[in-house]
Ligand binder design. Structure first.
Ligand SMILES: NC(=O)c1ccc[n+]([C@@H]2O[C@H](COP(=O)([O-])OP(=O)(O)OC[C@H]3O[C@@H](n4cnc5c(N)ncnc54)[C@H](O)[C@@H]3O)[C@@H](O)[C@H]2O)c1
Length: 314
């Protein structure tokens, strides 16, 4: 991390961002975190980070900030990230995910060329849309299925075009579905576990046959570090996983750990509008740099369920 002593992060109180911030602090970096502290921000981690002398929080919206602190790299995690919310109400997704990225890119552009940080943008596998068989590589066209993935795909386009037009150095990572400790309980694993623990059936989209790949947030942090250190500039990296599961298999594993009988552990809700059937990434480009996922879903899951604490969130 020597090349990147001063790191600006956006969304560093969110699920993946906080793992990345903690890693940077452990490595001795100075971290500037631009986070508006939305409902998804972890308030326990907010207190934890504020004890650290190398850490500053800028509590502001990425779409409104008008100053970018000096740094060697900016890693853009900030996003409205939940697909169900995007289907209900999509305006905030366009503002944060699209206009927020545009604002950050403009702030990078406004700096002297030699003082511009590398812009690392955290995208998602969802920008490719779904795939029934095979895998998407980085050259596949973007066919997003819902307002969340459309806003993320649009942001990717901005990053690439700011690179070509204005010469900004960038990298884009497209991770698959992340799991890990202290995720906001709107996503499948924490939401389902929390409902089951309270004696409520988990809510399953359709018949539970939709397939997702599962990647630990710490493996995603490893991937970002790898790309920062060894990746090509102005290049896109998929971040896949070693495991694909139907949603019902995830629910079955949670129910087993919590000793909830399967006949009451979940119930089917209607299907998600625009539902993606399966995501799958070809991530050979990243693996050729030496990265691979180290954590195993079924080994990690019990600890993640047991450590969940809803009081972390507002
Ligand atoms: N979670 C996943 O499975 C996953 C998978 C692939 C890609 N991603 C991408 O990774 C990034 C991080 O996802 P996450 O799950 O950690 O998100 P999250 O929803 O847990 O956290 C988002 C964070 O961004 C902050 N934020 C939201 N809007 C903001 C704004 N306008 N200005 C400043 N801060 C704002 C929130 O306060 C929060 O701390 C996102 O860009 C997401 O699209 C997530």
């Amino acid at each position: 991390m020597k090349k990147f002593e001063i790191v600006t992060v956006t969304g560093g109180l969110g699920f993946i961002g906080k793992h990345f911030v903690r890693r940077c602090l452990e490595q001795g970096c100075f971290v500037r975190n631009i986070d508006k502290v939305s409902y998804a921000a972890d308030l326990t981690v907010k207190e934890e980070f504020e004890q650290h002398e190398n850490y500053r929080l800028y509590e502001v919206d990425v779409a409104e900030i008008d100053y970018l602190p000096e740094s060697d790299v900016i890693v853009n995690f900030a996003a409205e990230s939940h697909v169900d919310n995007a289907i209900t109400s999509n305006h905030a997704f366009c503002v944060t995910n699209f206009l927020g990225t545009q604002n950050l890119l403009e702030l990078v552009r406004s700096k002297q060329v030699n003082e511009r940080p590398l812009f690392i943008h955290i995208s998602t596998d969802e920008v490719y849309g779904d795939i029934i068989e095979g895998k998407h590589d980085e050259n596949h066209r973007l066919v997003p299925s819902n307002p969340y993935s459309a806003s993320k795909a649009a942001a990717d386009m901005l990053v690439k075009s700011w690179g070509r037009t204005y010469g900004i150095n960038w990298q884009i990572l497209r991770p698959t579905n992340n799991y890990g400790e202290h995720q906001y309980p709107e996503k499948l694993v924490p939401k389902s576990a929390w409902r089951m623990r309270r004696g409520q059936a988990a809510l399953m989209h359709g018949d539970g046959s939709y397939i997702r790949s599962w990647l630990h947030a710490e493996d995603t942090v490893d991937a970002i570090m790898t790309v920062m250190e060894k990746g090509e500039r102005d290049s896109i990296y998929n971040v896949g996983s070693n495991i694909e599961l139907q949603n019902i298999e995830v629910l079955r594993a949670i129910a087993k750990h919590l000793n909830v009988p399967e006949d009451i552990a979940w119930k089917s809700t209607g299907n998600r509008l625009g539902q993606d059937v399966r995501y799958s990434l070809d991530d050979q480009k990243l693996r050729s740099l030496g990265w691979e996922p180290k954590r195993e879903f079924f080994s990690e899951l019990p600890g993640i369920i047991d450590s969940f604490d809803f009081k972390r969130f507002a």
